[in-house]
Ligand binder design. Structure first.
Ligand SMILES: Cc1cc2nc3c(=O)[nH]c(=O)nc-3n(C[C@H](O)[C@H](O)[C@H](O)COP(=O)(O)OP(=O)(O)OC[C@H]3O[C@@H](n4cnc5c(N)ncnc54)[C@H](O)[C@@H]3O)c2cc1C
Length: 432
């Protein structure tokens, strides 16, 4: 068994204790190493690295899909089995639409299985910055949209064991400029009757001030995606990479490696990978990295977002502390589809974990690929210059806060011809 495939209990041997000095002896009969090591691991560093799983702390959803082949025709073909694809399949099936989902890997193999599980109102920027960037009306609409998204997630999670909690979130300022911006955000939020208040008594070390949103939440994203897909299991086809999509007058065609499926409509729920299938869609892949510690006593009461969103952390019900971010410390290296973690960013995550006072070993390190749009807002609707190919993607690192409502809005557009808000409509990228 390879070392990365197994998570060992921490702390049986002094060599396992992260706080132990580097010269702590590594016993030759170490119970952690022996079962799988072909040669005994020599150093404590080697040992700790080997005990760390290279993959998300969430695991992967159990396989639910039938081993069979997809049909030759469906009314709607959804490409991508993350939160967007699964939510869209769910809403279309509730309206009896003959829809299927094709996923190249397993469900939640993309960002949906690799994120922090924050369910936050708004975008990466705070409300004051969003008002500056998008205008007040649009910013208010975006916030309302994400609040509605959280309600939809809560409704879906109510029937699932997905560790959904509404304990609020903290956006913490680490310097005076950010504190002033959060104060401005709180004023605007209050005027627009949106949630968020300034708190001086921040539970964040080093914070000068914090904006608390009591209605934000957190979830286990993999249990959410896996659980939402179960009722539609017969319509989900995992391990089916789509190699091309072809737009047509009356039909769109989805090409697989050795077959094709005809559809009235195709929806690309492929977030970071959308431009691989439709190069005209301006969504670029950006990597984000995280780590998780072994369980510790209660420390982080609610998800925290700090330093303009560049670092974030939370604690799961089992006590594991998750830390993510620090992409801004190596921005050029964090572009693209490469899924490996890097020493530079992981060292920042390690240091932050220790600053929080967590001495427990790191059990998981991983990266995921986000889809960034040019204006930071999702692209939903008919793809420019297409007749039958739609997109629902480009969440710019905040898809858990948008995707279920984006899927609902797209379904309304497809089924009832409901217009999409201009800030959401993918048609805007034709003009840019
Ligand atoms: C480390 C990290 C932390 C994050 N933290 C948060 C957070 O706390 N809160 C939040 O709101 N957002 C967060 N995000 C962003 C969030 O995870 C994403 O915005 C969201 O999961 C996007 O969901 P999706 O279903 O649109 O895309 P994805 O989950 O990426 O799914 C796309 C799917 O399409 C499949 N696919 C791609 N190409 C093809 C093809 N050719 N054929 C078939 N299938 C294909 C992929 O395999 C993948 O499963 C984070 C992201 C990362 C990476």
């Amino acid at each position: 068994m390879p070392p990365t495939a197994r998570r060992w209990p921490i702390g049986w041997w002094p060599c396992c204790w992260p706080a132990a000095p580097w010269w702590t002896p590594h016993p030759s009969t170490c119970a952690h190493c022996e079962p799988w090591a072909t040669t005994h691991l020599r150093s404590r560093r080697e040992h700790l690295t080997a005990m760390t799983v290279a993959g998300p702390v969430w695991g992967i959803p159990p396989t639910i899909a039938p081993p069979g082949r997809p049909p030759r025709r469906a009314e709607v073909v959804i490409v991508g089995g993350g939160i967007t694809g699964v939510a869209l399949l769910d809403v279309l099936r509730r309206h009896d639409v003959d829809a299927i989902l094709l996923e190249r890997d397993h469900l939640a193999a993309g960002a949906s299985g690799r994120n922090a599980g924050f369910l936050l109102a708004g975008v990466a920027e705070n409300y004051a910055r969003a008002v500056e960037r998008y205008g007040r009306t649009t910013a208010a609409e975006v916030w309302a949209f994400t609040i509605a998204n959280h309600a939809l997630v809560a409704a879906a999670a109510a029937n699932l064991d997905a560790a959904h909690h509404v304990r609020g979130s903290v956006t913490a300022a680490l310097d005076a400029a950010e504190a002033a911006s959060l104060e401005a955000a709180a004023t605007l939020l209050a005027e627009d009757r949106l949630p968020g208040v300034i708190s001086r008594a921040s539970d964040v070390p080093g914070a000068t001030c914090a904006l608390v949103n009591p209605s934000d939440g957190e979830i286990d994203p993999v249990r959410l995606v896996g659980g939402m897909a179960i009722p539609q299991a017969a319509r989900v086809f995992e391990n089916h990479p789509v190699v091309a999509v072809e737009d047509g007058e009356n039909t769109a065609t989805v090409h697989l490696e050795d077959a094709s499926v005809e559809a009235s409509l195709v929806v690309l729920a492929t977030n970071a990978w959308t431009a691989q299938l439709l190069p005209a869609i301006p969504i670029r892949p950006v990597r984000a990295q995280m780590l998780a510690s072994a369980p510790v006593a209660a420390l982080v009461p609610r998800p925290v977002y700090a330093e303009w969103g560049h670092r974030y952390w939370r604690q799961r019900d089992d006590g594991a502390v998750l830390v993510g971010g620090f992409r801004h410390r190596a921005p050029a290296a964090e572009i693209g589809y490469q899924l490996g973690t890097t020493e530079v960013v992981q060292a920042h995550l390690d240091a932050h974990l220790r600053e929080l006072g967590v001495a427990a070993a790191v059990t998981h390190r991983w990266a995921g690929t986000m889809g960034f749009s040019e204006d930071g807002l999702p692209l939903v609707g008919l793809a420019p210059a297409c007749r039958r190919i739609y997109v629902c993607a480009g969440y710019t690192g905040h898809g858990m806060g948008f995707a279920v409502n984006a899927a609902r809005a797209l379904a309304d557009r497809i089924l009832n011809d409901e217009p999409l808000p201009g800030w959401l409509d993918a048609a805007r990228c034709a003009a840019s």
